[in-house]
Design a protein around this ligand. Structure first.
Ligand SMILES: *Cc1c(COP(=O)(O)O)cnc(C)c1O
Length: 214
């Protein structure tokens, strides 16, 4: 990350590391906490609820990021658990979050997920609808949006997707850019990522989904 920041001519520390700890057990997470890492990402509310309350009781200044899709029936847990939610992508969810955040008086930082590859199976708002959605989040739902997030299609070069996300964020006037994973965080930092979400490069390869499916 430091090398990519230097190559990009960006200040050291311009990009924050979110350690993606999905499927990783508490013992391995503690090792990285011991090295000073404090920001972590999980993609499932239930897994985060099972793992993180105990870890947080040990280390109070953890910041937990939800980086996976959020169903409206999990909004209560998500607002209670997470300090940032990267996957706001539809009005129904925005409305549910607004109501729940007011109820709990907890205000996680919110990012809008953009489906830059316009993949049918992928979550996120289509790029051409992103600006209007961010405006509705503010004006109709009363939500402050801090930035944009994307997951480029697996089979494509990520650079153009990161560039598109950066361009959208600039046009909308949003400072946050959550983009880049183990395989492409260097490119993302070159393109202006303010936070990268890195899992396997820190924790090792995860079991394949087929091996972990219920
Ligand atoms: C799993 C995941 C990551 C991390 O992926 P790695 O390739 O292991 O670094 C990043 N972002 C999201 C949304 C993820 O689900």
């Amino acid at each position: 990350m430091a090398r990519a920041e230097a190559d990009a001519g960006r200040p050291a520390g311009a990009t924050r590391l979110i350690a993606v700890s999905k499927t990783v057990e508490a013992a391995a997470i503690r090792e990285i906490i011991a090295l000073g890492q404090r920001e972590f990402g999980e993609n499932r509310v239930q897994e985060a609820r099972a793992k993180w309350p105990a870890l947080r009781a040990e280390v109070p200044d953890i910041r937990l990021h939800l980086i996976g899709p959020l169903q409206t029936n999990k909004v209560t847990d998500a607002v209670a658990l997470f300090d940032a939610i990267h996957t706001v992508d539809r009005d129904r969810l925005a409305a549910a979050l607004a109501a729940e955040m007011a109820r709990q008086d907890r205000w996680p930082r919110l990012l809008v997920q953009v489906n830059t590859g316009e993949e049918a199976q992928k979550a996120g708002i289509p790029p051409q609808e992103a600006a209007a959605f961010v405006v509705r989040c503010r004006s109709e739902h009363g939500l402050a949006i801090a930035g944009l997030m994307c997951i480029p299609p697996e089979a494509e070069a990520p650079g153009p997707h990161f560039a598109l996300l950066a361009k959208l964020a600039r046009a909308i006037g949003l400072p946050g850019l959550s983009m880049g994973m183990s395989g492409d965080f260097g490119v993302a930092i070159l393109m202006g990522a303010t936070e990268v979400r890195v899992g396997s490069a820190l924790f090792g390869e995860r079991p394949t989904p087929a091996a972990t499916a219920p």
